[in-house]
Design a protein around this ligand. Structure first.
Ligand code: EPU
Length: 419
């Protein structure tokens, strides 16, 4: 297995560009199933999760072509298998995103039921309840979700809990349902707005994305379009946090700061100087130690759970004690044991992590457990004294495009060790 070897203690300095957002791209790729015509997607990040989504579409019979500009043309009008097999679903839970589009377009889908994962049990009951309310018949058999419907019919649906991919799944399904669907208690993440814009370009009629209520008027068919994937706010936030822990000075281009408002507020509270303009964010950390910041994760517009692990590192070298409350996932503190091996002083009590700032972190051999946990280990390695070896970095390759290249470009010293 490949590893990353990090020589810590170098302040990051320079300018980089943000890549396309994984969590915006995945639902858009799934949404191509709804279209009668080919769709061109630009600025797709080169990530394992994107490859897995293409593998899934390929296994159904879709055609995916790549041109010399790295634009993908996806044609889904030849789907034979309306199935997502366990081999793929177990490697990427977001495979569930094909459920809504398959049932809406083809009247049937068979999707392996995702199991629990490193950050929690993560059931899909909200997706299934909502799809049933659109008229689908759903049964669970031999570890698979089997769903069918002659024609989905619009309904008023209130989600029992806020779910990002659940909102996306049902929003996609409702595009081809008969009549009007009204979704409430929906997720308001920027990726929901991105997906709605993409679907509307394909001819859908969606209003309200980004608010608590989305209204979708069903149409008979969706057509082709050409669309560019927007920038990854979590990637941007991760690099800003990396600059903060290394006392660096960086600029990230191509990212709308409004998507990171809560993260920027907390970086400022930690003592970083953050300047923004329409399409870029700069951060400079002049303080010797960050100020400790309390954080409570919650659905957008609150502080994102996907930035929680990275802030654990900022707080670990801060001047005092802080608390992090994780309210989205029940088990998203897997990074803590590894961070403590590098000298952090973090105690977990239920969904609360209490972090006492220490004078310095020390390099160690550590193991990544999930995507954002791996990011936090890299951040810790960047500010630690000595050498850090991060194992199981396939987790990071799922969600960060060319991470060591980008960080090395900012002055870091990271080598990818072959397996
Ligand atoms: N939940 C249920 N039932 C459901 C769906 C969700 O109980 O049917 C619970 C989950 O167990 C969790 C909470 O609701 O406790 C929120 O989960 P949500 O469904 O919003 O998460 P998701 O859609 O599976 C997406 C991102 C995650 C991100 C979360 C929260 C994608 C592909 N994934 O997951 O991204 O953490 O929203 O913002 O969009 C990552 O990129 O590292 C990542 C994990």
């Amino acid at each position: 297995m490949e590893k990353l070897l990090i020589n810590g203690g170098i302040p990051l300095n320079g300018t980089i560009s943000c890549s396309g957002a994984k969590n915006a791209a995945l639902p858009m790729i799934a949404a191509t199933i709804l279209s009668d015509e080919s769709i061109v997607l630009k600025n797709l990040p080169y990530l394992q999760d994107i490859t897995t989504m293409f593998e899934l579409l390929g296994s159904m019979g879709c055609e995916i072509l790549l041109n010399e500009n790295m634009d993908f043309t996806i044609s889904t009008n030849n789907i034979k298998e309306k199935e997502a097999r366990y081999e793929l679903v177990k490697t990427m839970r977001a495979s569930i995103l094909v459920l809504g589009p398959l049932v809406a377009k083809y009247g049937e889908a068979k999707i392996a039921l995702p199991g629990g994962c490193a950050i929690g049990s993560r059931p899909v009951n909200y997706h299934l309840d909502a799809l049933e309310q659109l008229g689908a018949k759903i049964s669970l058999k031999n570890g698979y979700i089997e769903a069918s419907a002659k024609k989905l019919v619009g309904a008023k649906i209130k989600f029992d809990g806020v779910t990002v991919t659940g909102t996306e799944n049902i929003m996609m399904a409702a595009c081809l349902a008969e009549g009007i669907t009204e979704l409430t208690n929906v997720a308001r993440e920027p990726e929901i707005i991105d997906l709605a814009e993409f679907l509307n370009e394909m001819g859908a009629k969606i209003e309200g994305a980004g608010s608590d209520k989305i209204v979708i008027e069903g149409v008979n068919k969706l057509s082709g379009t050409e669309h560019s994937i927007p920038a990854d706010r979590i990637e941007a936030g991760t690099y800003l946090a990396a600059a903060a822990v290394t006392k660096g000075k960086i600029t990230i281009n191509g990212i709308n700061p409004n998507r990171l408002k809560k993260v920027i507020d907390k970086l400022k509270e930690a003592g970083a100087i953050v300047n923004t303009n329409e399409n870029s964010i700069s951060l400079e950390m002049l303080r010797d130690k960050p100020k400790p910041v309390d954080i409570t994760t919650a659905p957008f517009p609150e502080f994102p759970t996907d930035m929680q692990a990275q802030f654990s590192v900022i707080n670990s070298i801060a001047d005092g004690v802080s608390n992090i409350y994780e309210t989205v996932f029940e088990n998203r503190f897997m990074h803590v044991q590894e961070l403590n091996r590098m000298g952090c002083n973090i105690n977990i009590n239920g969904n609360q992590a209490t972090i006492e700032g220490v004078d310095r972190l020390y390099g160690a051999e550590v193991m990544a457990t999930d995507l954002r946990a791996s990011a936090s280990l890299i951040l810790a390695g960047l500010c630690a004294e000595g050498e850090t070896k991060v194992d199981r970095i396939y987790h990071i390759d799922r969600g960060y495009e060319r991470i060591e290249e980008k960080l090395n470009y900012l002055g870091a010293n990271i080598i990818r060790l072959p397996s």
